[in-house]
Ligand binder design. Sequence first.
Ligand code: ADP
Length: 234
Amino acid sequence: MFHTVRLVDVYKAYDNGTKALKGVTLRIDDGEFVFLVGPSGSGKSTIIKLLTSEIRPSEGKVMVNGYNINTIKPGAVPMLRRTLGVIFQDFRLIEKKNVFENVAFAMRAVGASPRDIKARVPYVLDLVGLSHKARRRPHELSGGEQQRVAIARALINNPMVIIADEPTGNLDPARSLEIMTLLERINALGTTVLAVTHEKELVNRFAKRVIAIDGGRIVSDKQGGYYAHEQTRR
Ligand code: ADP
């Protein structure tokens, strides 16, 4: 099977000496849905920054969608990032652009033709249930709707992996459940999903693989809910 993400004995020390990762080994295969959970400061963002090649490991090996993050050349980083769709807690939409344009922009950025944009944007807006709000601007939408626009944008160039960094951090429980359910559906359509979250109840609603990290080390990696991890902790 193709390994979408692979970390082998990864250590990361920041310039000030903080050891953020202390020997992390993990593998995510094509088509998986994985939750990455752990307390604040445990190293979750560091893992995401490695995957997007914002930082390099101090030791160990990181492979993402066939790219070697240890040796990737700056010129290849945009190509790596095209294989990833990233979603953030704060949505990061462009306020001056409407929904259609926010999504189309990401296609223009990679040189897609107007014809392809006209065909693809309505398809992904339909997928996230926002066809009827294509002409609205972000401030005219609820938080849940804004996050769905961000998901459409992340999907627009057909990435291999969606990385969702606390995607429900600004949403109420009902909206959070909708967003995770949408990510689950996108996963069922074939995209690998890595979702970082603090929300135990939410994680437990989905019988997915949960990787728990604490103090820069993986403390649990198993199928089926966060509390499975809680019970096995010392
Ligand atoms: P999480 O995302 O789980 O909250 P992080 O990966 O952001 O954790 O942080 C892991 C550790 O690395 C923490 O101790 C944090 O303070 C530290 N850290 C994160 N980014 C930097 C940085 N740029 N420079 C120094 N230390 C950092």
